[in-house]
Design a protein around this ligand. Sequence first.
Ligand code: ASP
Length: 463
Amino acid sequence: MTRIPDILMVLMMAGLILTPSGTTSAQEQTRWAIAIHGGAGGDPAQWDDEKKQARRDGLEAALKTGRDLLAGGGSSLDAVEAVIRSLEDNANFNAGRGAVVTQEGKAELDASIMDGRTRACGAIAGVTTIKNPISTARLVMTETKHVLLVGPGADAFAASMKVPLVKPDYFLSNHTIAPNTATESTEPHFGTVGCVALDAHGNLAAGTSTGGTSKKLPGRVGDSPIVGAGTFADNKTCAVSGTGIGEEYIRNAVAYDITAQMFYANHSLESAITEIMTKRLKPEVGGLIGVSHRGEIVMQHNTPGMSCGAADSQGRFETFLGLENGGRSIQESNADLSDDETAIRKLIRQQSDDWNAGDIDGFMDAYWKSDQLTFSSGGQVTRGWDATIKRYKDRYGDKATMGQVAFSELEFLRLGDDAMQVLGVWQLRRDVDPIGGRFTLIFQKRPEGWRIVHDHTSVLKTP
Ligand code: ASP
């Protein structure tokens, strides 16, 4: 490990070392940054004042621990571990002491931690006796050649490392919400904790710890201990921790997807997280916190609330029980629709260009290349891409018959994250038999881009 000599670090932190451009690094850059979350379940508007205050106090205490460590030149890994330990010891969060319980009324805890310098990582799942799962996850990372230990093996490993162990009732003794109550079952995932940090040495780290979803089946493992799903860190991109319905985070490799968007497609942390929260995950699934290698902090949720907080070397220190507009700017949320509209408008414009160049194959590219494509016109349904292109080619055999097409009066109606209805008018100008009418297109966002999966075209008039 290369470490910056302490004296250099002190000078840098005091803003006395000049960057090559001649300005002090401390004045310009975020030297360290930290974000925390305490879960995205439940609706804070429904919580009583006591519960809200307990949450805020817990977040502030944890964030202060992280801030002080990072401001003193401590490592992001130490900050992540210390913050999560503080939240694990607080029964108001669903991790460590306050963990929710399985259908059988027992706490089974999961945690993971990752070092952005090397992608070293450690995790434990389904443990029942470990007071601070995050610290044992770190020991899996540093003391074994493995990444993930589960169940009794993980508990035995913790015992061999002499970490503090507790009796199972430790996790039940101080619940603010009694296990198995109606309140708990309507809040299936609340209070998981996570932390992401960038330290003054430029290193990122991420960690997540949870009791999982309440009333889970014994043995169920969520995303929190799965590196790439609930946790990820890489110094080249970002550190991320998620909270929400873990199965969705695993299915979508959420934490890795964010780093991949940044690494392969050069997306910003903000746009990568927005993409996941608005387009990949269904509404009401959860939230994410991330810090980029440049120190930008992004926190978003698509649930009614998310306990979270952020601090950095520029003096920021704030905590929230929920973020306005889920943490996205109003502009961004409007941009969702117009981004998709823009993509579809472009596709339709390309179709008319191809048509007018006599290129039916290019025109047909906008359709879903599937047997399930449906095209209906004149009371008949043509099924499949092959049959549809054949129909076009039979009808429009030469350039004169194809004429010049124009599409207009497009109206967009979003049908879902990945589906859009488009109504419009078409006109075919040609010397013989000019025709036109209306169309209804159903577009679906597919891996290859937006594609027409259903087309209903009617001939309304002869212009
Ligand atoms: N993601 C956690 C899990 O599924 C729960 C949560 O974040 O609230 O285990």
